[in-house]
Design a protein around this ligand. Structure first.
Ligand code: DAH
Length: 341
C-alpha cells in the first residue's frame, strides 16, 4: 500500500466533496471500518516490533491528518449549507403582502347603525322582533280598524289567515310592552314587507326603524325634542324639525315629521330634494294611543304616556346620499355600492 498515494488521493476526494452527504461517503471510504488505512492499522499486530512502531506512527499520522481534514471540510460544508439555507429560505417581510379585498357595510346596514347609534346614545334599549308576525300584533293590537285598507291581501303578504309578513316594525311596540312594565325606551330595526309595485321610492321589502317611549309625563314636546336630536345627528347640526298633523291608527295625535332641507344649503335653490319646499318628510310619529295599553298588562294610561315613531332606512339613506332610486340599494351593483364603502 502506497501510503502517500492513499493520503493524497483521500485529500483530493475530501476537498472535492461538495456536500455533507458526499463527504460522509468519502469518510466511510477512507476512514471507515473497511478503509485500506484502517485495515492496515488492524494488521499492525502481525508485524515485528521494529517495523510495527515505524509503520504504526506513519499510519496514525496519516489517519489523524485525514480525520482533521474531514472535520474541517465538514464544518466548511455545514457552514456553506446553512448560509445557503438562510439565503434561500429568507422571508422578506418588507415585501407587500397579498391584500385581500376589504369588505364594507352595505349602505342600508351602515345607515341602520348610524340611526340606532343615535338612540343608543339617548339610552334606548335595542330590541328585536319577528319578520313573520300575527295579524294580532301587526294590526289588531295596533288599533287598526277591521276595515283598515292596509289589511287587504292586495297590500299585505299573508302567510295564512292570521299570520303576515310584518308590514312595519310597529308590532314590536306591543311585544315590548307585553314583555315588561314601564318605563320603556326602546328602538328596533328590521325588514318589513308590503305588496308594493317596485318604483323609485318603493320596494316590496324594506327596512324600518321604530322607537317607543312610555314613561310618566311624556309629552309631544319630548317627541319633538327627541326627533330634533335625531335629525341633527343624522342630517346636520343646523336642522330643524316640524310636525304636521296626520293619522296613524296607533297614535293620537299622529304627526308626520319633516326635517329642514339639508340640500338647499348645499345646492342653493331650486332644490331637487325638497322641490323648493325647504322641508323633507322623514318619518311618522305620534303619542301612543291609550287604546294600545288595553292590549297589554301593567300600563295604566292614567299613570303613563308615551310616544312612538317609525322611519324608513332606505329613505333616510336615499336622502342623505342623494340616491335617485332606492331600488339601487337592492341591486347590489358594486359600482354603485362601493361609493359608500
Ligand atoms: N308604522 C308606520 C308605517 O309603517 C310608521 C309609524 C308611524 C310608526 C307613526 C310609528 C308611529 O311608531 O308612531 O308607516
Amino acid at each position: 500500500m502506497d501510503l502517500d498515494a492513499l493520503v493524497s488521493d483521500a485529500q483530493a476526494r475530501i476537498a472535492a466533496a461538495t456536500g455533507s452527504a458526499a463527504l460522509e461517503q468519502v469518510r466511510i471510504d477512507v476512514l471507515g471500518r473497511k478503509a485500506p488505512l484502517v485495515l492496515a492499522l488492524r494488521e499492525l499486530g502481525s508485524l515485528d516490533p521494529e517495523e510495527r512502531r515505524a509503520r504504526g506512527a506513519d499510519l496514525n499520522r496519516a489517519r489523524r491528518s485525514l480525520e482533521e481534514l474531514v472535520d474541517r471540510r465538514a464544518r466548511e460544508l455545514a457552514e456553506a449549507e446553512l448560509e445557503e439555507r438562510l439565503r434561500s429560505d429568507r422571508l422578506d417581510v418588507t415585501l407587500p403582502g397579498i391584500v385581500p379585498p376589504r369588505g364594507y357595510t352595505h349602505l342600508i346596514e351602515g345607515t341602520r347603525r348610524d340611526i340606532l347609534d343615535v338612540f343608543v346614545g339617548f339610552g334606548y334599549r335595542m330590541v328585536d322582533g319577528p319578520e313573520i308576525d300575527t295579524v294580532h300584533y301587526n294590526f289588531d293590537a295596533l288599533n287598526h280598524a277591521p276595515t283598515h285598507p292596509s289589511r287587504q291581501v292586495t297590500d299585505t303578504f299573508y302567510v295564512c289567515d292570521d299570520v303576515v309578513l310584518r308590514t312595519h316594525t310597529s308590532p314590536v311596540q306591543i311585544r315590548t310592552m307585553e314583555a315588561g312594565p314601564p318605563p320603556v325606551y326602546m328602538a328596533t330595526a328590521g325588514r318589513c314587507y308590503r305588496r308594493d309595485t317596485p318604483d323609485a321610492t318603493h320596494t316590496a321589502m324594506f327596512t324600518q326603524i321604530e322607537g317607543l317611549v312610555v314613561d310618566r309625563g311624556i309629552t309631544l314636546g319630548h317627541l319633538k325634542g327627541t326627533l330634533l336630536g335625531f335629525a341633527r345627528a343624522i342630517f346636520g347640526a343646523e336642522r330643524e324639525v316640524r310636525l304636521r298633523p296626520h293619522f296613524f291608527p296607533f297614535t293620537e295625535p299622529s304627526v308626520e315629521v319633516d326635517v329642514s332641507c339639508f340640500n338647499c344649503a348645499r345646492d342653493g335653490s331650486p332644490c331637487r330634494v325638497c322641490r323648493g319646499e325647504g322641508w323633507v318628510e322623514i318619518l311618522g310619529a305620534g303619542m301612543v294611543d291609550p287604546n294600545l295599553y288595553g292590549y297589554v298588562d301593567g300600563y295604566d294610561p292614567e299613570e303613563v304616556s308615551g310616544f312612538a315613531f317609525g322611519m324608513g332606512v332606505e329613505r333616510v339613506a336615499g336622502l342623505r346620499h342623494d340616491i335617485p332610486d332606492i331600488r339601487l340599494l337592492w341591486e347590489n351593483d358594486l359600482r354603485f355600492m362601493e361609493q359608500f364603502g
